[in-house]
Design a protein around this ligand. Structure first.
Ligand code: CA
Length: 223
């Protein structure tokens, strides 16, 4: 599997490359955002590890432009910042996960494996709920006849809700299933994502399908 690493700190980039190569991944490294975006658009990568603070083009802009171009390659962002707003801006731009520097290599590989596993396992028959339809092979989603364009994480969240209809799912369960790890103090990121999903799935339709259960979590049900 091919992984693109976009990181201007050469020491950090080298450390990531060596470690991932030991785990049998094929790794391409680039040191600025403009070249990172070009390679991400042209290459056939299974995953992109993207630093936020980069010369020429910052990581948030890179992932935004990548998603605008229709590329859905999973993106793991590396951030030196730890405030929720900074993390949300990266996730909002279309990245799938983040890791705060400095990090242990074992943590990086755990995130990499989780993102790649999620990409690989999404196979199977179409799932339907009410007039919502999800195709796990193409990752396409429709509400009635309207196709709904979702980011990778929004898709993951919707699939989890649709596979467990009429069941209240706690934020901890959602973090564990959709992100593969506990969010600790960042559980409000789940609320942010549910709001993104609602805007796309429910806002323009009479029947709301995603509901908040106060103090418990979220549930997919009709009305
Ligand atoms: Ca940097």
């Amino acid at each position: 599997m091919k992984i693109l690493v976009v990181e201007d700190e050469k020491k950090v980039a080298g450390f990531i490359k060596r470690g991932l190569e030991e785990d049998q991944y094929t790794v391409t490294v680039t040191h600025d955002g403009a070249d990172g975006l070009k390679q991400a658009l042209e290459g056939d990568f299974s995953l992109i590890i993207l630093d936020v603070m980069l010369p020429k083009k910052d990581g948030v802009t890179v992932v935004r432009e990548l998603r605008e171009a229709g590329k859905r390659t999973p993106v793991l962002m590396l951030t030196a910042k730890t405030t929720t707003e900074d993390i949300v801006s990266g996730l909002d731009a279309g990245s799938d996960d983040y890791l705060t520097k400095p990090f242990a290599f074992a943590e990086l590989t755990a995130r990499v494996r989780a993102l790649l596993r999620r990409e690989g396992q999404d196979r199977g028959a179409e799932i339907t709920f009410a007039d919502l339809r999800l195709d796990p092979v193409s990752h396409k989603v429709w509400r009635g006849k309207t196709e709904i364009d979702l980011t990778a994480k929004e898709y993951g969240l919707l699939e989890y809700l649709m596979r467990n209809p009429n069941t209240v799912l706690s934020r901890a369960m959602i973090a564990d299933h959709v992100w593969d790890y506990a969010f600790d103090s960042f559980t409000n990121i789940i609320d942010v994502y549910v709001n993104y999903l609602r805007k796309k799935v429910d806002k323009d339709f009479a029947t709301k399908l995603i509901h908040t259960v106060r103090g418990q979590g979220y549930v997919m049900r009709e009305g």
